[in-house]
Design a protein around this ligand. Structure first.
Ligand code: ADP
Ligand code: ZN
Length: 439
């Protein structure tokens, strides 16, 4: 199949041209921010840097970082860089890690964002003949609106389902011959599970691709979803602060997500020291927007941990690629002094033949961390024989110990006893927070 792009000129631009374009846009974006946002002006003044000091991307490091806490402090209008009358939309983060942040969009900002999502849909094989079922939540959350707009721009027939009402999702998917499904991976897994319960086989639907993101998911989960829906599953990444989904997206190659570098500059830093790391090293992803009008961000620290790669991609896109964020730096739990990511637990579960339905519960009792994982059994493995269950728990515990270096207590629970998610899944309940412990 020939490579197709939504915007070939940008998506296949030679690296030198990308960097030249980024430099030109950066100079303008910095001036826009400095002139129009007092919060930024103060941050830059405090660091002793003026817009005149920024001549191109080589000067990026001179700019101060901005963090989610700044966004919370400046809530709601403190970082707005245009008149409110120029804005046409507001969205808000999901609030996964605390108070929600709001972002503003001019029409230009919405168009740019939707084009990024359109690139992702085309990269997943989408065109005007497709029926694109958008099962991300609509509303303040950016998932629904982003993919909806992208689907329109590609010219797909758009099915604006929003999340939830899984029976209706499936009915419309089947009756209206949806070919592309967009939702969170945890919801895709749930739709797959429900299809099976209804006695529908993967080949009974017309889906060919899924565009799943907004939360971390493992390769193992990708294979599970691909099998249950009979599709190729593509990853898409983004955050409300920068626009929403579509900051980066996977191509057919599926070796990382191409970052839309004509709109965003990506850096990787050491999260402890703020030092910029060379491409190829693992660290915190930092983004600078290049042509946002209402809510521009310079050197925004995402807290997402990943690795960048400039390796040539067979799809012909020249944009740098990022690995899946394996979790946020603030997703990482420190349990009995050991760093643990939910994604590691998910990998073990799926490798051991369990479903991605689990919940991690951490607490502290008598000054010692407790670490429990509730794991759902598959219908076919479920039995009432306690001995069988205990043996399986022990097996899983050993597999976890090998991966994590510490021993969780495993509880195998009945099928369907863990609540399903229609949006972002809640995997961790950290009860230590009630003790005021900074986890
Ligand atoms: P919140 O930060 O409140 O969840 P958003 O809904 O804007 O707000 O979510 C953005 C965050 O979601 C990203 O910073 C990242 O942690 C996570 N995310 C988005 N897409 C992906 C993805 N494809 N893989 C892993 N994490 C993702
Ligand atoms: Zn590619």
């Amino acid at each position: 199949m020939a490579n197709r792009y939504f915007q070939p000129e940008q998506e296949t631009m030679p690296l030198e041209d990308i960097q030249k374009l980024q430099s030109e846009k950066l100079v303008k974006q910095v001036k826009h921010v400095y002139d129009n946002v007092k919060y930024y002006r103060d941050l830059m003044d405090a660091k002793g840097v003026k817009p005149e000091d920024i001549h191109g991307i080589e000067d990026l490091h001179k700019l101060p970082f901005i963090k989610k806490d700044d966004l919370r402090e400046a809530y709601p209008y403190g970082l707005l860089a245009t008149d409110l009358s120029d804005c046409v939309r507001i969205h808000s983060t999901s609030g996964t890690t605390g108070k929600r942040v709001v972002a503003f969009y001019t029409q230009h900002d919405v168009d740019m964002w939707e084009e990024c999502c359109a690139r992702a849909i085309v990269a997943a094989g989408g065109d005007e003949n497709d029926v694109c079922q958008v099962a991300y939540g609509y509303g303040l959350f950016t998932g629904g609106a982003g993919l909806h707009g992208g689907s329109h721009k590609v010219g797909c027939l758009t099915l604006p389902m929003s999340s939830g009402n899984t029976d209706r999702q499936i009915q419309f998917m089947m009756d209206l011959n949806a070919t592309i499904l967009c939702c969170t991976p945890s919801y895709a897994a749930y739709i797959g599970e429900t299809l099976k319960e209804k006695g529908l086989k993967p080949e009974d639907n017309k889906l060919k691709a899924g565009i799943f993101g907004a939360e971390p998911w493992t390769e193992e989960m990708r294979h599970d979803i691909e099998k249950s829906l009979g599709i190729k599953a593509y990853d898409i990444y983004g955050l409300t602060e920068l626009s929403g989904p579509g900051v980066s997206f996977e191509c057919q190659e599926q070796k990382g997500m191409h970052i839309n570098e004509d709109h965003f500059i990506a850096e990787i830093i050491n999260p402890e020291t703020g030092e910029v790391l060379p491409v190829g090293e693992k660290g915190e992803l930092v983004f600078t927007s290049l042509d946002k009008e209402a809510f521009p961000l310079l050197r925004y620290r995402t807290r997402d941990i990943c690795v960048l790669s400039r390796e040539k991609c067979s799809c012909g896109r020249t944009f740098i690629r990022m690995t899946k964020p394996l979790g946020r730096s603030d997703d990482m739990m420190i349990i009995r002094g050991v760093n643990v990511f939910p994604s590691q637990i998910e990998t073990v579960l799926l490798n051991c033949g369990y479903t991605p339905n689990y919940q991690i519960i951490v607490d502290r009792v008598n000054n010692t961390d407790t670490f429990d994982i509730n794991v759902e059994m598959k219908e076919e493995d479920f039995s009432d024989i306690p001995v069988g269950i205990t043996n399986r728990e022990k097996e899983l515990q050993n597999a976890m110990k090998a991966m994590l270096g510490i021993n969780p207590k495993i509880h195998l629970v009945a099928p369907k006893s863990i609540a399903r998610s229609e949006g972002k899944a809640v995997r961790v309940i950290d009860k230590r927070k009630r003790l005021g412990i900074n986890v």
